[in-house]
Design a protein around this ligand. Structure first.
Ligand code: XMP
Length: 304
């Protein structure tokens, strides 16, 4: 605890020292950017504007939740749904989709930064983000992309040397609610990496609804490291007496230590059946539900 308190104290001092004008931070609602926003807010108060971009790729209820939690922080909420869908239109390649989301994000963010005349950027990059990006494993859209066109006078990354569990500890020490401090990882490109192929509004609605069911059934009861639903194209099924061509949903629940490797969780059959039955009955155009047994490696945790 002493170490955490010391970290908090020192990073607030560092932010005070390095930020000499209006600063912005892209707040995603994840633990990293949330911790950063709170630290920066304590350091520079109203000189900080956290910007939350509603990409339309968020989980059910996410935007409302963020607005509530950060209501005392001068939060700017930007509706970017149409722009993100447009950027993703026709894109089927996983890396191109990631890039499209990253670029749309930068454009929205820059627009807001310009309006505010912000000279400093605060980012919640943590140590593993840097390693994964430098190693070229995958283009993490939240690394290295933001300051592309705008010349910020300074970029501050208070969490650059921390691991995820350390960030969670800081979150708890800062008094952030459990839904933030213990929040399971959610990828920067959001639901777009949980839809195989082109992202459309219909697919987003389906995967978002399925994901909410999976979280409701598994999160509290089984404490997975990460759990979610993904959408995999269409397959034939029967609903009533009619053959339908419905969406196929894959359910993923993994245990892991750090996300670098993972094991599929051994869930009770009853639980899996309940999830299947809820998804196929509550979401009209889903005709099949699968449970993903694959560890990482050879699979990744996300589907793209
Ligand atoms: P994979 O799918 O590579 O995921 O096994 C490992 C962990 O990283 C998360 N993830 C991301 N997080 N931006 C992020 O901020 C991304 O582009 C991204 N891709 C994957 C994933 O949810 C898992 O926890």
């Amino acid at each position: 605890m002493v170490k955490v308190d010391k970290f908090i104290h020192e990073s607030i001092e560092k932010i005070k020292k390095n930020v000499k004008g209006r600063a912005i931070i892209a707040l995603s609602g994840g633990v990293d950017s949330s911790v950063c926003a709170v630290l920066a807010h304590r350091a520079i108060g109203e000189m900080l504007t956290p910007i939350y971009i509603d990409t339309g790729l968020m989980r059910k209820g996410e935007t409302e939740r963020i607005k509530k939690i950060f209501s005392d922080m001068n939060l700017q909420v930007v509706d970017g749904k149409e722009n993100f869908l447009r950027a993703l239109k026709g894109q089927t390649d996983p890396e191109k989709k990631r890039k499209a989301v990253g670029e749309a994000f930068i454009r929205e963010f820059e627009k807001e930064a310009r309006k505010l005349g912000a000279r400093y950027l605060i980012q919640g990059t943590i140590y593993p983000d840097r390693i994964e990006s430098e190693g070229g494993i995958k283009s993490h859209h939240n690394v290295g992309g933001l300051p592309s066109v705008i010349d910020f006078e300074g970029i501050v990354e208070p969490l650059a040397d921390l691991y995820k569990d350390e960030v969670r500890e800081v979150a708890r020490a800062l008094g952030l609610p459990r839904e933030i401090s213990d929040r399971m990882p959610f990828p920067g490109p959001g639901l777009s990496v949980r839809i195989i192929g082109e992202v459309t509004e219909e697919k987003l609605d389906v995967v978002r609804a399925a994901n909410a069911i999976v979280e409701e059934e598994l999160l509290e009861q089984f404490g997975p490291w990460q759990t979610f639903a993904a959408l995999i194209e269409k397959g034939t099924g029967v609903k009533g007496d009619i053959r339908v061509h419905g969406w196929i949903i894959a359910v993923r629940a993994v245990s892991s230590r750090d996300g670098m490797t993972a094991e599929a969780m051994e869930l009770p059959w009853d639980t899996l059946r309940k999830i299947e039955s809820r998804i196929t009955s509550e979401i009209p155009n889903v005709s099949r539900v699968l449970y993903d047994l694959t560890p990482k490696p050879p699979a990744t945790i996300e589907f793209e």
